[in-house]
Unconditional design. Sequence first.
Length: 303
Amino acid sequence: MDINVKITVLGAGAIGSLWAVALKQQQHDVQVWTRSSNPDYSVNYQALNDNPQPFLFTANNIEHLSQSDLLLVTVKSFQVEMALAPIINHIPASCIIVIMHNGIGSQEIIKQQLPTHDTLYATTSQAALKSEGLLRHTGNGQTFIGAMQTNTPRDFSSIAELLDQALTPCKWHTDIMQPLWQKLAINCAINPLTAINQCSNGELAQAQYQSQLKQICNEVALVMTAEGYQTTAQALYKQVLMVTHATANNYSSMNRDVFYQRQTEIDYITGYLIRRAKQYDIAVPANQQLWQRIKSMESSYHA
Ligand code: KPL
C-alpha cells in the first residue's frame, strides 16, 4: 500500500466518522459517502480526554470514489445492499472493499453485488457516539480484519497495518469468521436485553439478568462449537460480563435503535444465530424469545 491511500468511507455514522477522522489524521486522502448529496461533510471530533476539533471532508464525489484504493463500508448490516447499489458502477475493479458492521450475514449480498472485488470483513469494539455534529470517541477497543472473498494475489494484511496506524490495535486474522462470531456472542447477549429493558450495558450486571445471560451464552456456545469454534458457555459469559463492565455507561446500539424507533440489527445478530442453529438442529429458545420480542417491538413502532 502507498503511504497516502485514497479512501472512501461509506456511512457517516459514529463508527464510519471515527475511522474517517483517524485515517485523515494519518494523511490519507479520505472522503465520506453520506445519504445526502452534499459535496462536503464536517464533524467536530472529540478524542478520548481531549477537546473537540473540527474536521472537514470531501463528500459524495464520484471522481474520488472512482479512484479509491479502499472502500470502507460502515453502514448497518441491513443497509449494505441499498447503500452500495447506487455507487457500484463507480467502484474501480482494483478497490479493496472492507465491510465493518455488527452481526453476520451480509456476505451473500456482497458476493452477488461485488463478485469480482477483493472483500475483507472487519469487526471493531472501538466505541463512538455521534450526535448533532459532535463525534465522541468514547472507548478504546480492538479491531480484527481478515479476508472474506479475495480474487487477486495481494498482501491484504497491509490493510490491517493501515488501520492499525489510524486506530490501534487492529490485527489481521486468518479466519475472520472467528472474531465475527466472538463479537456476535457479545451482541446476542447485550443488545436485545438492553433494548427490551431500556437499560445501560452496565445494568446487565444486576442479579436479575444473570440466568438469562447464562442461558443465551449456553445456546451461543453450542452453535459456535457446531461451527467449529472452540469456546465454552462460561468463557462467553465471562467475556459478556467484561464488556458490560468496560462499557457500563454506554447504551447499546440496539437500545438506541429501539429508543428512537429505528430498525434494529436483530436479524443479523440473534437472527443469524437462529438460522445457523436450525442448520445443526440445535434448540435456542432463549435467543428465539429475544428475537421475537425485538421483532414485535419493531412492528409496534408508531402504532
Ligand atoms: O457492539 C455493541 C453494540 O452496542 O452494538 C456493544 C459491544 C454491545 C457495546 O455497546
